[in-house]
Design a binder for this molecule. Structure first.
Ligand code: EPU
Length: 353
């Protein structure tokens, strides 16, 4: 385990904002989690788990111990379609490896930044597919009691960009809209995903249910999984900024789910607002709502909104986490007063001061 005191977290968050942690522990093997937890206890430090750092905003420093999962390894059984991957593996590399081994289904989830261990935490999803459809189990180290256990799909309680693991994380909501929360005496201890097991089909069954993807492939009679993979990569590259070039964390807010009545009111005001059916009502793209409020391309100092997508906050160089946090609150406020809809952040906001 590599330990760094007073660690610079800028390389470990895709927004590229400056923030420091009292201590950073880079975990290369699951066995190192126990001593890392003991160290945090000894120094009386709260702990925070970071995957690829692609879905987090540091609105301030983290006065505690940050765990960075760096364990590696992928086992593929082509006969059964079972894939077991270590949490520290890069997600997109795993998608490509499965495809190369004749196991399909993950192609719609290509190019999602981040680590494999973070994928089940927020049940990653894109272009009509969510991780939970392929999920078998994960191995988890619980820093609260040092136990190692296996969690099934049922245990994880997956839903849209959510799971039981996400709910247990240190997270602060955007302030103005949330009622004052009592501060927990001790923050929840991380539950660390060590590995993930998926079951993938051996027969190609391309999912073209997402309109933008179907449109991208409309000239291809019977697209192969490889063609779907390439189409997804093309769309994402066109529409989303590359975090290596412009600091961002993908969609900042979740797409809100509103009632049928509320959707009808919206349809009276706007000509055919975009929507997707959802279990509990109608899902309306947050990007569209923010676009109607004029946020696309908005800029205040170095914190701004991507010019091609209103749901993506960007750091144009040197923005602080606090500035990005303030911008997000302003966006949330506008949508609330314009539409009466509350946007919930998808990104995890670390706001400890
Ligand atoms: N739209 C606008 N203006 C904008 C942005 C979007 O009008 O500035 C409209 C689009 O025209 C489209 C609709 O909103 O009709 C939906 O936009 P898009 O296809 O870009 O998808 P999204 O709902 O914004 C979601 C996920 C993405 C995922 C895509 C594709 C959430 C919060 N986001 O975005 O996930 O890649 O669908 O499946 O569910 C992420 O989680 O970080 C992420 C990028």
């Amino acid at each position: 385990m590599k330990l760094t005191d007073n660690a610079d977290l800028r390389p470990y968050n895709s927004f590229g904002v400056a923030a420091r942690a009292t201590c950073l522990a880079e975990i290369e093997h699951g066995d190192e989690l126990e001593p890392a937890t003991a160290l945090a206890k000894e120094r009386d430090l709260p702990m925070l788990l970071l995957g690829g750092g692609t879905n987090v905003l540091f609105a301030g420093d983290f006065p505690g111990l940050v765990l960075l999962m760096r364990n590696r390894g992928v086992e593929i059984d082509r006969e059964s379609g079972l894939v077991r991957a270590a949490a520290g593996e890069n997600w997109h590399d795993l998608v490509r490896t499965c495809l190369q081994n004749g196991l399909y289904g993950l192609e719609n989830l290509a190019l999602i930044p981040g680590s494999t261990g973070a994928a089940p935490v927020q049940n990653i999803g894109a272009y009509g597919v969510e991780l939970e459809s392929f999920f078998v189990e994960l191995e988890l180290f619980d820093c609260a009691d040092g136990s190692l256990r296996t969690m099934s799909r049922e245990d994880c309680q997956f839903s849209y960009r959510d799971s039981v693991l996400k709910q247990s994380q240190v997270q602060s909501r955007l302030q103005p809209l949330s009622p004052p929360q009592p501060q927990p005496k001790s923050p929840p201890q991380p539950q660390v995903v060590c590995s993930l097991t998926l079951q993938l089909p051996r027969e190609p069954a391309p999912n073209l249910s997402y309109p933008a993807l179907a449109q991208e492939l409309e000239h291809v009679a019977k697209p192969t999984p490889q063609e779907v993979f390439e189409a997804v990569c093309r769309i994402r590259r066109r529409k989303l900024p590359n975090p290596a070039e412009i600091g961002n964390a993908g969609s900042f807010f979740k797409n809100p789910i509103i009632s049928q009545d509320e959707f009808e009111q919206l349809s009276n005001r706007y000509d055919s607002p975009p929507s997707f059916p959802a279990k509990e009502g109608v899902k309306v793209p947050a990007g569209w709502l923010l676009d109607q409020c004029g946020f696309k391309g908005y800029q205040k100092g170095a914190a701004g909104v991507y010019e091609r997508h209103a749901l993506i906050l960007v750091n144009r160089g040197g923005a602080t986490g606090r500035e990005l946090h303030q911008l997000a609150m302003k966006m949330q406020d506008h949508v609330q007063s314009e539409f009466g809809i509350t946007l919930e952040p998808e990104v995890r906001i670390i706001c400890t001061t």
